[in-house]
Ligand binder design. Structure first.
Ligand code: PLP
Length: 415
């Protein structure tokens, strides 16, 4: 039995009723969904709002005088305002809709790079990045002649802040770092990192893909310059995400893509661009995605980040304790002092893929592999991990099911 007290900040069983996908059988067993860092399940509120959009409000936005177009435009722009409120952006036009975190980072790498990066300049990323916060910068470096610098980490997967201080210099043009590691759960000390960069007038971009599902974000309090995140990881639809940028940067940056909606005036000789946020939103956007993300924001706020944080901290502690209590050959990979509800682990010498495959047969969805973070795995000298990532709709009972699943894995592999 666990020594932990049971925390019931909200009624998890009632919350689970809001998520239809959680109530299904997989391989004849009730589903345990522990792959939330890859994508989260969606509440009925989000599904219903998208359905309603297509049944009633479907129309292209921003250009129509007719009723449906105005309705759809209003709903889409209302969603932008909801996100503005959620992250406490100063202006709604500092909230740009993108396809997701990946597109947001590519937009900055292209646009910021084109405007301000020259040969010999440096961009700092961390050892904990997802590939989507490495590759766009490498591509930018190839285009501009800039160099990538990497903040190293220790064996617990915490960033070396002294090394970071040493990397900041007069050639640094931007710090682009992950806030919470999707692979290992480390929460980076981003407030401190931003403060240190700003002392040298260096702007900072945060990859917030794993932050928004778990914690309150206040871009003004952090004074962060750019923040990217994805709708599908925060209980909203796929194919929609957000890039927040301070007005002073976005105003100066050239557009990323050209096309409809991002223009003010077009002739064959010259085109002038639309104002923010439209300058960065070429073409027909993911209208129902934006509206669905607005509904996801409503849903998150109806529960509240404080309750979410408490519940998930309990799951993290309980899960870690149960794994270490029940098995003497479990290795938890990533033991940072500050972690989100992600547990990456290895069972003896059993390959993560084998563990994941057997757990799947028992209805338990975990992710296995390098989690799009190959440099982390290389640094730790492992091929990958098994990753259980929890959302607020997960329970201790589900963790117990994973523990008995791992027992079966060990039996099969005689580990
Ligand atoms: N950054 C982090 C930390 C992530 O976890 C992910 C997705 O797993 C991404 C970036 C990329 O997000 P997306 O695929 O939604 O663009």
């Amino acid at each position: 039995m666990s020594s932990l007290s049971v925390i019931t900040p909200f009624d998890v069983e009632t919350i689970r009723q809001d998520f239809p996908a959680l109530h299904q059988m997989v391989h004849g067993k009730p589903l345990v969904y522990f792959d939330n860092a890859a994508t989260s399940q969606k509440p009925s509120l989000v599904i219903d709002r998208i359905r309603k959009y297509y049944e009633r409000d479907n129309s292209n936005i921003h250009r129509g005088v007719h009723y449906l177009s105005q309705q759809a435009t209003e709903m889409y722009e209302e969603a932008r305002k909801k996100i503005q409120t959620l992250i406490n952006a100063r202006q709604s036009y500092e909230v740009l809709f993108t396809k997701g975190t990946t597109e947001g980072i590519n937009l900055i790498a292209y646009s910021f790079g084109q405007k301000w990066i020259k040969p010999g300049d440096e961009i700092i990323v961390s050892a904990l990045e997802h590939h989507s916060n490495i590759v766009p910068w490498q591509m930018m470096c190839e285009r501009t002649g800039a160099q990538l610098r990497v903040i190293p980490m220790n064996d617990a997967a915490e960033l070396d802040m002294e090394a970071y201080a040493g990397l900041l210099n007069e050639r640094t043009r931007l710090v682009a770092t992950v806030w919470i590691s999707n692979a290992l759960g480390t929460i980076n000390p981003v407030a401190e990192m931003i403060r240190m960069a700003h002392e040298r007038n260096i702007p900072v971009m945060l990859d917030g893909a794993q932050a928004l599902p778990h914690m309150q974000v206040d871009v003004q309090a952090l004074d962060v310059d750019f923040l990217t995140f994805s709708g599908h990881k925060m209980f909203g639809p796929t194919g929609i995400g957000v890039l927040y940028g301070k007005e002073k940067w976005l105003e100066e940056m050239p557009p990323f893509m050209g096309g409809g909606d991002m223009i003010e005036k077009v002739s064959f000789e010259k085109t002038t661009y639309n104002e923010l946020p439209h300058k960065f939103e070429a073409g027909t956007p993911h209208i129902e995605g934006g509206i669905g993300l607005g509904a996801a924001v409503d849903y998150i706020q109806s529960i509240g980040y404080e309750a979410i944080g408490k519940w998930e901290a309990d799951l993290l502690q309980y899960g870690t304790e149960q794994l270490l209590t029940h098995f003497d050959d479990i290795r938890i990979v990533g033991t940072a002092a500050h972690k989100a509800s992600v547990i990456s682990f290895l069972v003896g010498d059993i390959h993560p893929y084998d563990t994941g495959t057997i757990l799947d047969q028992l209805g338990i969805a975990v992710r296995t592999g390098h989690h799009c973070t190959q440099p982390i795995m290389t640094r730790l000298g492992i091929p990958g991990t098994v990753r259980a990532s929890f959302a607020f709709y997960n329970t201790r009972e589900e963790i117990d099911r994973m523990i008995s699943g791992i027992r079966q894995v060990k039996k099969m592999f005689k580990s």
